[in-house]
Design a protein around this ligand. Sequence first.
Ligand SMILES: [Zn+2]
Ligand SMILES: [Zn+2]
Length: 340
Amino acid sequence: MINTNNMTVEQVEQFADAWQHINDASPAAEADPLVLDCARRLAADPGGDRAHVWVSGLVAMSGYLAWRPGAAAERAALDALRAAAKALDSRACSHDGHPYEAAMDSVEDEVWQGDTGLLTGELAARDGGVDAERVLCPRNVAGWARLVTDVLAPLTVRRIPVGAPEDHQSRIDDLSGIVSDYPYCEPDEVLADEAGRLPSRPTRGVLAGYLVTMNATCWYAASERITERSVPEAMIEGIRAALALLSDGECTHGPGEHPDTGDPEHLAQVGYFLRSPGGRAEIAEHHGWDAEEEGDEGDEEGEPLDAWVCAAFLRGLGQEALGALTDALANTSDPIAEPA
Ligand SMILES: [Zn+2]
Ligand SMILES: [Zn+2]
């Protein structure tokens, strides 16, 4: 048993080495024990002075945790991360910003590939490094814990800084232009590109975002504005693949608790907001969550925010889009696409 209060540099590096080999393709038999061990150590002292080591471990393994992890490992990781965020966030600090915020723009498909700095900060601190103080600030560690929690359980976390990554913002501009029929891009190209953007192992947020975007744009793609049959065909293929990836968990929502999907421009925006913690913070802010208010769970009256990632809701959106696109293909005879 390693005494975590006196871990040597070698011990920290050994942990880091094991964690960095875990990804979305790791077998549960290999990944679950590492996740459970890391989560237990964090849960044992979630506000402790070693919390940054275990939080960095769960960040490193978030690719696995975001794609069909063992149920016990997922629950243990979420409980420990929530406990850490709560314990660490209550500390006062004099910093006007923290390094995790700068990382939010480069979370590729939501899984953080880079170094959080938390372990190198630990090593730098031993050498008296100055930046280590901000990296190891409890509120920076809490920030990372909240980001991972929101990737695993989208729209259940408060106090995440608002702001989708820049390339998501520009996609929203393109898609909003298309669905409101004032495109300032090449709609055929953009829609075909969107159809091909489903990762093979998406996070819950990315999968939800993909289906919402497909639904938002299906009416335009099914209209006479789009003359290339390959566009609706690519969308149909992508939607079918996305539907096959949805979990078959039961819907826990009551009547009227699923989001209103009547406005394609709003949907086009949400479709990309769903794909990042900063984007989901935009949805939460729009919904009236107070970013500074304590509490980790959505407990508001009315439409629950996490309905945006409900599999039953998303299945309905996907089926609706499939129907519109299939009908459009059946009702058009495109002389170019039909073989003579
Ligand atoms: Zn601070
Ligand atoms: Zn539901």
